[in-house]
Design a protein around this ligand. Structure first.
Ligand SMILES: [Zn+2]
Length: 284
């Protein structure tokens, strides 16, 4: 479930929790967290990867950067990429206290920042520092928060018959949105998530462009608290308007929120706020 806002919150936590402090120790309870590339498979473990990670010890980290759902970090001689898979998140604990499902720990003077990941789809990958920026962006479109598309650019980028909610999740076109925030953006824009891109009008794209940005910005602010984040799919609170609210009353119009499958993923929407479109090609 970590999408752009959750990774941005992790980036901010990592910056706050390690700024100006040299790394004193690396803990690697699960060596398979260090992979050859940003792979979801623990079997893609990088041979010698843990030794490479230990080269960060004694160095003060740079400010981490983010593109879409990926993090990049320079620590001394090592460039690190990370992605968060389905369940990875950061927690901070006093030295000597290891949380459940901890895969990697970065110890600074007063704390250990742990990469905790129950499903083990998340990973870190060491890369040469000169390659970091390219590897961070590899295969991705612009960052949906830092390099947002306006309505006209969205209309050009997302074409064809694909359902708009599915199209918004295509990282090659726009990096950062996943199942939750794509559906929430459609709700904010009052667009049925199943609408083919080609059926959306200019004003729909304008509303959707605004909705994506507001959705991401508001979620980052809401989630950026200085404590452990517990994702909604792991039993945390549900701050979302339609996600996982099937059968509940819409907070805007009172209609019953529904769920359907689009592109293989469960998609939530409000039939009152997001009425179905006819399939006429968009005009104007
Ligand atoms: Zn509604």
């Amino acid at each position: 479930m970590p999408e752009l806002p959750e990774v941005e919150v992790a980036r901010r936590q990592l910056a706050r929790w390690t700024a100006d402090r040299p790394i004193v120790r690396i803990h690697v309870p699960d060596a398979a967290v260090v992979r050859r590339s940003l792979s979801s498979k623990p079997s893609d473990v990088l041979a010698g990867g843990v030794d490479r990670l230990r080269e960060v010890v004694g160095h003060v980290p740079s400010e981490p950067v983010r593109h879409g759902k990926r993090l990049g970090w320079v620590v001394g001689p090592v460039g690190l990429l990370a992605h968060f898979g389905m369940t990875a998140h950061l927690v901070r604990r006093p030295p000597g206290e290891t949380p459940d499902q901890a895969r990697l720990g970065i110890e600074v003077a007063d704390a250990v920042v742990w990469f905790v990941d129950g499903r083990r789809f998340g990973c870190v990958t060491p890369v040469p520092i000169p390659d970091l920026e390219d590897r961070l962006r590899e295969g991705c479109g612009p960052d949906a928060l830092l390099e947002p598309l306006d309505g006209a650019a969205m209309r050009t980028t997302f074409r064809g018959k694909k359902a708009v909610k599915v199209a918004l999740m295509d990282q090659v076109k726009l990096a950062g949105l996943g199942n939750i925030h794509a559906a929430e953006a459609c709700f904010r824009a009052r667009i049925d998530p199943a609408t083919p891109c080609a059926s959306l009008r200019v004003d729909d794209w304008e509303r959707l462009a605004d909705a994506v940005l507001v959705q991401l910005r508001e979620t980052v602010v809401a989630e950026d608290v200085d404590e452990d984040m517990v994702y909604v799919n792991l039993g945390g609170p549900n701050p979302f308007s339609v996600y996982r609210r099937e059968g509940e009353a819409c907070g805007v119009c009172g209609s019953v929120v529904r769920a359907t499958e689009l592109g293989g993923r469960t998609t939530y929407w409000c039939p009152g706020c997001q009425p179905a479109r006819d399939a006429e090609p968009g005009v104007g």
